[in-house]
Design a protein around this ligand. Structure first.
Ligand code: HEC
Ligand code: HEC
Length: 464
């Protein structure tokens, strides 16, 4: 009886989830102005909480079903045992049970202490040296990512992460003082011995998932050409040369805060493996390094746990997502802010316009003029932001220029308005003031702006 009830509840819940997913697909009403068109035909007028997860309008019925199925899996809870309701295959160690725990409604994540866990921040680990593909060398006992959850009573989590903040301040030219904070991460309850000397750590928060398919569709040659430009303002971007698992070769990196992942398909598999503990053809092994014997003995949900259907559905969901249109583009402050963004040379890295290449499987993504405000390249942003941890050819002070589209809707989508790779910036002003290294001159131009110009620049960012 009890099992039947559970099954009914589970069935009811999944029907409800499906309905919610369908309802969440709004039908654009407000017309999109030409200047507000962030991604050509792949732009959506939706500006509410679901703005980051709208399907391309061109999808046919079968593709819409796949989009919804992908969204269902992104939202689904992954479980440890076959008899629990949810998708089976989480763990044995992990950082969360669902993509949507960290990317709420496709949005960014803040570094917060939730009960006794720091979430949804993850901490990357490595020791000096490189792996056989030139990537970071995992810690022998803790691997490449610190796992804060295990199977209660069966498989130990690796330990706990503690988060403290160190503050400093910057004076703007007009006398205003801005307090900055940076995270100091430490570990406790380490289950597999001390982390040892030479450990390198990199705390990271989830970026938003806006426009992943379009960024994936920007040709490698475009990134190489951007990297080969004559330096302007002392700025020269670099591509990260990373390992493409499927192609078994070195490829141009573009996803992740250090652009250490070459394409969307691999990024999805990496997230399943690293964050939720779900194995796939790309990551066939459970995440059980060194002495983690209980972890290795835990029964997997399959070999691999992520079948092609679910993998493809999630990939499709991310690939076929539209980008929110800009709002208030005619507002005089926004127009002025856009000019100031160019004049301060922010746009050298946050490149306003790119063009996608051919995407035979989804023609709506092909040949689109997109306005992501990124060059997808690595830049040295100085010592203040450095994690000190190389990642393929990305150096210890390098970060990939993040896309800025959708930025102004962060509050509406999931209420998270913290910025930068570790979420240290509580406002856009703080985010800009952390820019150093190659971006130091641009930051100084911002710091020296009169108050009304800063406000205009921020208004422009808010319109993205
Ligand atoms: C524990 C939190 C967490 C979970 C769970 C999680 N992610 Fe992420 N996600 C992150 C973080 C942190 C990054 C940045 C990683 C980096 O810099 O290497 C990221 C990056 C990404 C990116 C690249 C974004 C970009 O702009 O480059 C994609 C795509 C992504 N995640 C998709 C997923 C999917 C799909 C799932 C579920 C299978 C998932 N994530 C689960 C935290 C999470
Ligand atoms: C040299 C290249 C470069 C220049 C110039 C530059 N940026 Fe950035 N920007 C970056 C990189 C790289 C990051 C990511 C840093 C990190 O995550 O720690 C970033 C992050 C940001 C973010 C946070 C985005 C997010 O999603 O967290 C904002 C906002 C931003 N930049 C705005 C600006 C503005 C405004 C200017 C001009 C005053 C500017 N940037 C100039 C490279 C640059």
């Amino acid at each position: 009886m009890e099992r039947a009830t559970t099954a009914w509840i589970a069935a009811g819940a999944s029907i409800a989830a499906l309905l919610t997913a369908w309802l969440a697909i709004a039908h654009p009403s407000a017309p999109i102005t030409e200047r507000g068109r962030s991604a050509g035909i792949a732009t959506t007028a939706e500006a509410g909480p679901q703005a980051y997860r709208q399907p391309l309008v061109t999808l046919d019925a079968a593709q819409r079903r796949q989009f919804v199925e992908g969204q269902r899996i992104v939202d689904a809870t992954w479980v440890l045992f076959w008899f629990e309701s949810g998708e089976w295959g989480a763990g044995p160690t992990m950082n969360a049970r669902a993509c949507a725990e960290c990317h709420v409604r496709g949005g960014r994540g803040a570094p917060v202490v939730d009960g006794d866990r720091v979430r949804p921040m993850i901490v990357r680990l490595s020791i000096p040296g490189v792996d056989r593909h030139g990537g970071p060398k995992p810690h022998p006992e803790y691997g490449e990512q610190f796992q804060t959850f295990g199977v209660p009573g069966v498989v130990a989590e690796e330990g706990r992460v503690e988060l403290a903040w160190e503050t400093s301040s910057v004076d703007l030219a007009d006398g205003e003082r801005v307090e900055l904070r940076r995270p100091v991460v430490s570990f406790r309850d380490l289950r597999f011995g001390p982390l040892g000397d030479g450990l390198m750590t990199s705390p990271r928060v989830p970026p938003s998932l806006v426009g992943m398919g379009l960024l994936d569709a920007v040709p490698d040659e475009t990134l190489r050409a951007l990297a080969a430009r004559e330096p302007e303002d002392g700025i020269r971007g670099r591509v990260n040369e990373v390992w493409d698992i499927a192609a078994r070769r070195v490829a141009v990196g573009r996803f992740g805060h250090k652009a250490n992942v070459p394409n969307l398909r691999q990024q999805v598999a990496a997230a399943f493996s690293g964050d939720i503990g779900v194995s796939s053809d790309h990551f066939p092994e459970q995440n059980c390094p060194g002495a983690q014997q209980d972890c290795r003995e835990f029964m997997p949900a399959g070999r691999p746990e992520l079948g092609q259907l679910r993998w493809k559905a999630v990939e499709f969901h991310l690939r076929a997502g539209a980008v929110p249109a800009r709002r208030n583009v005619e507002d005089p402050d926004v127009v002025r802010g856009e000019a100031l963004f160019a004049a301060a040379r922010c746009a050298v890295c946050h490149v306003p316009e790119l063009k996608t290449g051919d995407v035979p499987s989804l023609p709506a993504l092909s040949g689109q003029v997109i306005r992501p405000y990124t060059d997808l390249l690595l830049h040295d942003l100085g010592e203040g932001l450095a994690d000190g941890r190389p990642d393929f050819t990305a150096g210890p002070r390098d970060w990939r220029t993040p896309a800025l589209w959708g930025l102004g809707l962060a509050q509406i989508v999931n209420g998270v308005t913290t910025y930068l790779h570790d979420g240290r910036a509580r406002t856009l002003t703080e985010a800009i003031l952390w820019h150093g290294g190659e971006a130091e001159a641009a930051r100084e131009r911002f710091r020296n702006m009169p108050r009304d110009e800063r406000a205009a620049l921020l208004a422009f960012l808010g319109s993205l």
